[in-house]
Design a protein around this ligand. Structure first.
Ligand code: E4P
Length: 225
């Protein structure tokens, strides 16, 4: 399962790229709005940090298919042809997906709340489909189960689309989908950090250090003991 950063905070992305095994960045209009800056300025900085080959997913705003296709052209011109165009999975969105895929554009079907929507996005040729796990939970359904069901539908129908699970509230939701082997999860920076955060680990390492320093002296390591 690819692990993608669902964030537009340039500093957070830089830090995660330095330390964590991550595979790209997704954004949406609300995430970009948090930066308070011109979207293309922020996205260009992100592209520079992650490199030309990494996955960057950028969402369109238009409600009509023609507008979505025009936005896709501008996004690719500014951020590279490797950029994934996030298209909301609506009636107009499906039309845009079919057009874009016929032109060889990378497409991420987004705003997915049901397996029905995801099935159609797969049939329209989307490369990824993004079910909103936590938002589905909040509707009283099961977000993780929906993402798994979508993964199964794609595999059983020989559709090449991969699940790009999105909207996570906690690390357990992420892990359950990794265990199932869905294609990718896009996760906010703090939840990626949360995959590692554990006071037991910190205290175990502190105890190892204390024992070692008692043996050979403060500040010593295996390099200079
Ligand atoms: C990704 O495609 C979605 O835009 C995003 O994960 C939604 O996350 P949220 O439900 O935390 O806003």
């Amino acid at each position: 399962m690819k692990l993608i950063i669902d964030d537009a905070n340039v500093e957070a992305i830089k830090a995660l790229y330095e330390y964590f095994p991550v595979d790209g960045v997704t954004t949406n209009p609300s995430i970009l709005a948090k930066s308070g800056r011109n979207p293309y300025d922020v996205l260009s900085e992100i592209r520079e940090i992650i490199g030309a080959d990494a996955e960057l997913h950028v969402q369109v705003i238009s409600k009509k298919a023609e507008g979505m296709v025009a936005e896709a052209a501008k996004i690719r011109e500014k951020l590279g042809t490797n950029t994934y165009i996030k298209i909301p999975t609506t009636r107009e969105g499906l039309k845009a997906m079919k057009t874009l895929k016929a032109e060889g554009v990378n497409v991420t079907a987004t705003a997915i709340y049901t397996a029905q929507q995801a099935f159609l996005a797969g049939k329209a040729g989307a490369d990824y489909a993004a079910p909103y796990v936590n938002r589905i939970d909040n509707l009283g359904a099961d977000g993780v189960a929906t993402a798994k069901k979508i993964h199964d539908i794609y595999r059983k129908n020989n559709l090449h689309t991969e699940v790009l699970a999105a909207s996570f509230k906690n690390t357990q939701q992420v892990l359950e989908l990794a265990e199932y082997g869905v294609g990718a999860a896009t996760v906010a920076a703090d939840i990626i950090e949360g995959l590692l955060k554990n006071a037991c680990v910190d205290s175990a390492i502190d105890a190892f250090t204390a024992d070692f320093e008692n043996l050979v002296g403060k500040g010593k390591t295996m390099e200079n003991c």
